[in-house]
Design a protein around this ligand. Structure first.
Ligand code: NOJ
Length: 720
């Protein structure tokens, strides 16, 4: 058994700093490895490279093995490097983007997908993933919305926890587990105007209630590492924000694991204007407990000097290094520095494709259906039209070692499902926002006229979301809208598929489309999932985890807002009313919206009692009936509102949900337990409390809440 304290004793200061430094694989190999940040800022000497303790972004297990081998040959201490990567929604087999996973409301599915990704990643030579990203987000203009599970802190916490537990397993040394790095701490998703890397200004109340909880849940679930975010939070960049990194993370939450900076974020403290030079940047970051520096070299350049000047002690340096060595040890790196990495590239298995397909089916959200779907299985002549008709680029941003060309396109999926049908595939127009070429319209319209059914495949390209990809307009591109009008104009038997990494504005499309199925970016098996969903071999069951605005100008828009005064009934604008001139503030599709081929009737919501004290609980029983003859899954949600409190409370707040399978005609009673901690909020005295009073409970989904019941909390925690 390796003795890491003994190793530490013989290490030089530069060797120690190496354990606190991470660089891109292409610095160690003569290849054009993937890079996920700005490398221009990086200046590091060849001498220091041999001390480096961590690598990110390599293309294959062979590369990982080569880097590790050469490193161990040069390192007198024989400390293996750790290899990290953004395994965000699959490693080799890509499953739907996290925002889509949020719509599944199924943590078991997230667990299954994450376990699959962990197994593949181990073989790919990865020991740490920069996931889960649990940034709470309310603004769909922000490109990184695709990495979040949505606009609800509770949902994000449940999904984040599922990922942490699935990736890390019960034992880190297990060869099917990798360590996780939860990110981006904190509130990166609050970037002003949805512009990536922009300023974040949030009250403590909003931070504590919506933005912070999911990080805490992930850490409590055992996440080994946390990454401070790029943004400033209330004036101070997260990496140097002592309130965030010391007061909250360390002192209050007791986090004692590893903190790794984001890509170049320590050097960027200079750009933020909080450090006058690199030395000040290194000082700020290290002082705020940032242990590992990713892709800038401020620690290599200045940490030794700062220790020499007694700004930091050797004990502080040792403490950080020990944490790193301890993680390497627990991952089993000292026993086997290649830890399950294959010698050849890994291939996608049939079994993993099946997991990805099921996930894509469960994440798709049926936004509208006037009865045209499901299409008849006996359909003989169809047209698949649009820029996503035969497009492999549907796996989404952050697709790791996934390959676009290996994905199943919509056309391929339909052809595989209906081998005897006559299928015409036409692009019709391009997918870029400024495309204007309508020369493909005639062919598309003629094919639509001549077909029994039309599958119209629209959306925004996959590189319009993800890091650095913010948008000013969420509207479906003008040319695609025109194509939709032309095609639907000649064939009403049309279902529109929409692909995107964010909520879109589909207001115009909704007016004409007989059916809209939102696919997000569904991953490797996207086209197969589409085929099964459209022809009734799978039943849509996704529910939106994020609001779809009616117009971009509504952003940020979210379901759990406080009461908007002077609103009155939704409708046209009236003077002195909280509505826009053009229309009121209702979204096009609310959080929780999502149709099914089954019909679910919510029949009763019963409470075990109508009052409780802080140490009691109330049982909630919701009777749901599948009144159709089609089996399906339904997410049963429980919402509450604290009617009068010392701070204004959200008009609705999701406090529990369960995803349930129903046989045809089946009726089930779904049970939830309401306890006092579920009623707490952050008050103006900076306390997390519940207050006595009346609460409303509902089921259904935001803007369509049903079966309201009230109960009272007799004594809240604020009285104790
Ligand atoms: C920058 C991104 O913000 C972060 O999410 C990612 O983990 C790192 N680059 C590494 O790729």
């Amino acid at each position: 058994m390796v003795d890491i304290k003994k190793i530490l004793k013989r290490m030089t200061v530069r060797e120690k700093i190496g354990q606190l430094s991470q660089y891109n694989a292409n610095l160690f190999l003569d290849t054009d490895a993937m890079v996920t940040g700005n490398m221009d800022m990086l200046v590091i000497s060849g001498e220091d490279l041999k001390y480096v303790g961590h690598v990110l972004n390599f293309k294959s297990p062979a590369e990982m093995r080569q880097i590790q081998k050469e490193h161990l040959q040069n390192d007198r201490n024989k400390i293996p490097m750790l290899f990290m990567m953004d395994v965000i929604h699959g490693f080799r087999t890509i499953y739907p983007i996290p925002l889509a996973l949020g719509c599944s409301f199924n943590p078991d599915l997230v667990t299954e997908c994450s376990r699959m990704a962990a197994r593949e990643a181990v073989k790919g030579g990865v020991q740490v993933t920069f996931t889960p990203m649990v940034d709470y987000v309310r603004d769909a203009r922000w490109g990184r919305v695709m990495e979040s599970t949505g606009e609800d802190a509770y949902l994000n916490s449940v999904m984040g926890e599922a990922q942490v537990r699935a990736f890390q397993g019960d034992d880190l040394s297990d060869k099917e587990s990798i360590a996780v790095c939860v990110k981006h701490f904190a509130a990166y998703g609050g970037a002003e105007a949805g512009r990536d890397y922009n300023t974040v200004e949030l009250s403590e109340h909003t931070l504590r209630e919506h933005y912070l909880p999911a990080y805490k849940v992930c850490l409590d679930a055992g996440a080994e590492i946390i990454m401070p975010s790029f943004n400033t939070l209330n004036g101070v960049p997260a990496t140097a924000n002592s309130w965030l990194m010391k007061t909250v993370l360390k002192d209050e939450w007791g986090f004692d694991g590893i903190v790794i900076s984001d890509f170049g974020a320590i050097k960027e403290l200079i750009d933020h204007g909080v450090a006058q030079d690199g030395k000040a940047a290194a000082r700020l970051a290290f002082d705020n407990n940032c242990n590992i520096e990713m892709c800038s070299a401020m620690y290599f350049s200045y940490l030794e000097e700062l220790i020499g000047e007694n700004v930091f002690s050797m004990a502080q340096l040792d403490e950080a290094v020990l944490k790193v060595l301890d993680l390497k040890k627990r991952l089993g790196m000292f026993d086997n520095p290649y830890r399950g990495a294959d010698v050849t590239d890994i291939e996608i298995t049939h079994e993993n494709r099946e997991v990805s397909r099921r996930a894509a089916e469960e994440c798709a959200v049926l936004l509208k259906n006037n009865g045209v779907l499901p299409f008849k299985k006996s359909t003989k002549k169809l047209a698949v039209i649009g820029p996503f008709a035969d497009n492999h680029n549907i796996i989404g941003f952050w697709s790791c070692n996934g390959k676009n060309e290996e994905s199943v396109t919509v056309a391929d999926g339909i052809k595989a499902l209906l081998p005897d049908a006559e299928i015409t595939v036409i692009e019709g127009c391009g997918d870029e926002w400024n495309d204007t070429d309508t020369s493909g319209f005639d062919e598309a319209v003629n094919a639509a006229k001549a077909s029994e059914v039309v599958i119209l495949c629209l959306g925004e390209p996959q590189d319009y979301s993800g890091e650095g990809n913010s948008r000013l307009e969420l509207e479906l591109h003008k040319i695609q809208l025109e194509l939709a009008k032309a095609v639907i104009g000649v064939n009403r038997n049309t279902a529109v598929l929409t692909f995107s990494g964010r909520p879109m504005v589909l207001t115009e499309l909704e007016k004409t489309a007989p059916a809209i199925l939102h696919m997000w970016f569904p991953g490797t098996e996207g086209g197969m999932a589409v085929a099964n969903l459209l022809f009734g071999f799978a039943n849509p069951c996704g529910k939106l985890s994020m609001t779809f605005p009616r117009s971009t100008g509504q952003c940020p828009i979210y379901y759990n807002h406080t009461n908007i005064i002077k609103y009155g009934k939704p409708g046209a604008h009236k003077p002195y009313c909280a509505s826009y001139i053009e229309h009121d503030n209702l979204p096009l599709y609310s959080f929780g919206h999502g149709l099914s081929y089954s019909d679910f009737a919510y029949e009763e919501l019963a409470l075990s009692k109508d009052a409780m004290t802080a140490d009691e609980s109330i049982e909630v029983s919701i009777t749901v009936h599948n009144t159709s003859d089609i089996a399906g899954k339904e997410t049963v949600m429980l919402y509450m509102c604290d009617m009068v409190a010392s701070t204004a409370r959200p008009v609705q707040q999701l406090i529990a949900f369960k995803k349930i399978y129903f046989e045809p005609s089946e009726r089930k009673v779904i049970k939830f337990t309401v306890t006092e901690p579920m009623l707490r909020f952050w008050n103006n005295n900076n306390e997390y409390v519940s207050e006595p009073g009346e609460f409303r409970l509902w089921t259904g989904y935001a803007d369509h809440l049903v079966l309201e019941k009230k109960f009272s909390l007799m004594i809240g925690s604020s009285d104790v």
